[in-house]
Structures are given as C-alpha cells and as structure tokens.
Design a protein around this ligand. Structure first.
Ligand code: F6P
Length: 508
C-alpha cells in the first residue's frame, strides 16, 4: 500500500536519534552501505568519486522511509518529466533542459543542443587558430548563473597555462571591471557578453563600459571584439553584435544551469574544446546514473535524503561545503546560487505554505576555514551538516607534504566532528556527534568536475520534488530589481529610511 507524502514525513519524524558513534557500533556494514563510488569513464580514462555519508545520521531504516517519501512525492514521474523535456517549471510553463546540453534528454532538444554546440566549437576553434587576430584575454561580463559557472570552471580547470586568460566580471561596481581592464591588453581582448535575457542591467552596463574601454584604447572595431552568449540572439543583433559572433542557447536552460551551454564559452576558450567536451561527458554520466538508478543507490537522491533529514527534521538552518582544494574555492559561491535560488521557496507547487525548504548554503576552502570558522562547527550551538570535498591527486607540483597535510586535515575534521572529546572542563569539551559527508575525487579533471556539478544539480532537483516546490523559477529576485528601476525613474516616494539614504547619497 502506498502512503501519502504527509504520512511519509510523519513516519520519518518518529525515527529514533542514535549518535553517530552508536550507529557505527550497531552496524559493522555501515561504511559499505553508506560509502559508494561513482565510476566515470570519459575519453578512455577511468576515474571516480567516492561519496561517503557514513558520518551522517542516515541509516537503513531512514533511507527506507525516505524512499517511501520519494515514492509518495511522485519522484519517478517528475524525473521522467525532467528528462523528457516536459514542463517541470509550471509557474513559467517551461521545461528545464540542462541535461540535453550534455546529450541526455528529449531527442529533439539534444539534437538542437548538438547543433548549437557545433557552432560554438567552430567559433572557439577559429578564435584559437587566430581568426579574430591575436586573442590573449577574454573579459566575460555576466551575472548570477551567467557568471558563477564560468568563473568556477575557469578557476578550477584553467589554472595550468590557460590557452586564453579569462576575467569574469559580474558586479555593477565599476571597481570589478577596472580590475579586469588593468589586467588586459585591449588590442588582444575579446568581450564575451553573457546574458540569457540580454537585458540584465548590470551586464549590459558592464558591456557598454567594456566597449567604451576598447574604443578609448584605439581598438579599430570594438563591437567586432564582442561575442554574445544568449537565449535571445535577436536582442544581441539589436545591440549591434554580428550574427556570426552570437552563440545562442535554448530558452529551456535556466541561468544557474547554463554553464554547459554557450555561457561556457570562456571555459572552452581557457581549457580548449576537448576538455570542455570532457566536462559535459562527466556530467552526462551523472545524468544517466540519476535517470536510471532507483532508490538509495541513486547518489543525488541519497544526498537529498540527507539534506532533508537535517533541514526538515532536525531544524538545521544552514549547510556548509568546504572544498579541501584551492581549485574549488569558488564552489561554495556556485552552490549557494544553485541551491538557494532554486529551493529558497516558501510555498509548494500549488501555492500552499511549504514548511522549511532549502538550508542556507555557505562554506569555504580548507584548511583556511579551519582557522576561521570551524570553532563554531565544533563547539557552537548550531547544527551544521557539512560536505567535505577533496581530490586524491594533487593540483600542485610542490613537495607531496602539501597535499598530504591538506587531505589529512580534511579527514581529521570529519573524525573530530563525529567523535568529539569529553572534558570535565566545559570550555575544552567537544560534544561530537556532528554530521559530515565526504566527497573524495580520484582527480579533479574536467570530467570529474562536470560530474560533481551535475550531481549537485540533481541533488537540488530531488530535494525540490520531495519538498513539493518548484526549483526552476526565481521570482524572489524581481521585487528589488523593480524598486531599483522605480528609484532610477524618480517621482515615487518610498519609506522614510530609504528616502533618507537616497538623500544622503545625493540620489534623492
Ligand atoms: O536575478 C537573477 C537572475 O535572473 C539569475 O537567475 C540569472 O542567472 C541572472 O539573473 C542573470 O540573468 P541573465 O543571464 O538573463 O543576464
């Protein structure tokens, strides 16, 4: 007999609360059950990622109850609809076809994505071969989903002699763009204007200023140095970009899921086309795993079980991600948008109050964070489930001691959080029983990187299905934008505090 979603949540809430150490003691097979490797085979090379949830409070029983929740939530049907390119974003009547960009999805969408990718490949390779003259730098202007993915991927994968030096500029604060100008030679710079809508005020203002910089520096044809990355090519044409330098992508690709599309242009410019394709293929292998694997064996789904256990049943208001890998220092920022813009909702798909949804995602890089914020994690009053992410292969060529110390610290933190240490001195007491998961990559190459990101995309989707919320809209960001426009237009009165601030800054 199938149960309802409410019944599934009630059963979950009745679950007992053993400590992590008790869980290990009670089940000698705990590690085997909760630590699983995902094998990747890309470009003839095998590598994998180990996902270890044994230091979380997930158990056989809990996993069974979460599987019942997934079933009661229509998870299989929603997943099918996602990959079939059906509407999964009902408030905007849209599909969410980021996986089609990686070759997994509705046939027609996969074909369309392949055609657009072929066009992007031609342009990227032509530029690499000198079709636009010498190109040493790309200034990529975009914001939110049009910036965070490229910035992360270039930083993670494009460190060793990037083919082209990429600067991602998102902030409207001119300080950011000036910094990029300082680092680039205008004669050998391309400006990539990345905007799904090609209307976002920050991006379009930055694009105008970048053009002006090229013109002021004496570059002969500034608009000839612009590459437009957008779902609305007609807007880029209106703006003055020649069609040959516009790389479109489908409207059904959401901004925060768009690094696989032409928004990934600077990634391909930095790391080369083959590696860009490896990144897509790593993600595609996770797509197939997510599409074809049932229940707890499905790794993004299992991760979502853990997320909901802590946020929904244990009241955790945040979750933290610590990359013990300098190359992934932007990952917490990226995941912040992915998770908070997707699942930061308070109503269900039907518009009813949802109860607690996404925790606040935050984090940093290890070991730096240990010396800054880990005090609270070990002895503070908040419950903060943590993900540690690391790579067995180092990213550096220095003495192996660097990487060994890095990894040993990563593992030590998980062990210390779980075990704690009793002291009669309350100041020196570590309560322990604090949950963490470890995601350990064999190597952080392009395929593994793609797999990691796709894993998180599907984790967010799976959580949304069980929470009965729509992860693909983001109306919450609109109101502030509208008010900014009204302030700019003038003539409207706001609250006393806002009026006073405007006056103080000479804007009112
Ligand atoms: O303000 C939020 C948002 O719409 C994000 O979802 C999106 O990634 C970003 O702005 C940028 O939008 P666009 O790519 O259309 O410029």
């Amino acid at each position: 007999m199938t149960i309802t979603r409410d019944e599934a949540w009630k059963a979950l809430a009745l679950h007992p609360d053993p400590t992590l150490e008790e869980l290990f003691a009670a089940d000698p097979d705990r590690l085997d059950k909760l630590a699983t490797r995902l094998e990747l085979d890309v470009s003839g090379e095998k590598r994998g990622i180990l996902f270890d949830w044994s230091k979380t409070h997930l158990t056989d029983e809990l996993l069974g109850e979460f599987e019942a929740l997934a079933e009661a939530s229509g998870f299989d049907i929603m997943r099918e609809r996602l990959f079939a390119g059906e509407v999964v974003n009902p408030t905007e009547n849209r599909a969410a076809e980021h996986s089609a960009l990686r070759g997994v999805g509705r046939e027609a969408s996969v074909e369309e994505a392949e055609a657009l990718r072929a066009r992007m490949k031609l342009l990227v390779e032509a530029i690499h071969q000198g079709a636009l003259g010498e190109v040493k730098h790309v200034i990529h202007v975009g914001i939110g989903g049009s910036a965070l993915g490229p910035a992360l991927a270039v930083d993670a994968l494009g460190r060793d002699k990037p083919i082209v030096d990429v600067h991602v500029v998102s902030n409207i604060d001119g300080v950011a763009l000036e910094e990029a100008f300082e680092a680039c030679d205008p004669e050998t710079t391309l400006v990539a204007v990345a905007s799904k809508t090609f209307t976002t005020i920050e991006t379009m203002t930055n694009a105008h200023s970048a053009l002006k910089w090229l013109a002021d520096s004496g570059v002969a044809d500034p608009t000839g140095r612009v590459i437009a990355l957008t779902a609305y090519p007609e807007k880029a044409v209106e703006w003055g970009v020649d069609e040959t330098r516009i790389l479109p992508f489908a409207e059904s690709v959401g901004g925060r899921y768009s690094l696989w599309s032409s928004i990934g242009f600077p990634i391909a410019m930095a790391i080369g086309w083959e590696e860009f394709e490896d990144m897509l293929e790593g993600a595609a292998q996770v797509d197939r795993h997510f599409r074809d694997t049932q229940g707890r064996a499905n790794l993004p789904l299992r991760a979502a079980f853990g997320d909901l256990y802590y946020s929904r049943l244990k009241g955790a208001q945040t979750r933290a991600v610590f990359a013990y890998d300098e190359r992934l220092r932007l990952l917490p920022d990226y995941l912040q948008q992915l998770e908070m813009e997707s699942n930061g909702k308070s109503v269900t798909v039907d518009g009813e109050p949802s109860g607690p949804t996404a925790p606040i995602t935050w984090g940093g890089v290890g070991t730096d964070a240990q010396h800054a914020v880990f005090q609270l994690l070990h002895q503070g009053t908040h419950l903060v489930p943590i993900d540690f992410i690391a790579s067995i292969e180092p990213g550096d060529m220095l003495d192996a001691a660097h990487h060994h110390i890095l990894l040993m610290n990563c593992f030590a933190q998980g062990a210390a959080l779980m075990a704690g240490r009793h002291s009669d001195d309350p100041h020196r007491n570590y309560p322990g029983n604090r949950p963490s998961a470890t995601i350990l990559c064999d190597d952080l190459d392009a395929a593994t990187f793609g797999a990691l990101i796709a894993f998180h995309e599907h984790r967010v989707f799976a959580a949304a299905v069980m929470l009965d919320i729509n992860p693909f809209d983001q109306f919450g960001v609109e109101l502030g934008k509208e008010i900014a426009k009204k302030i700019e237009a003038g003539g409207e009165k706001f609250d006393a505090s806002t009026e006073a601030l405007l006056k103080e800054a000479g804007l009112g």
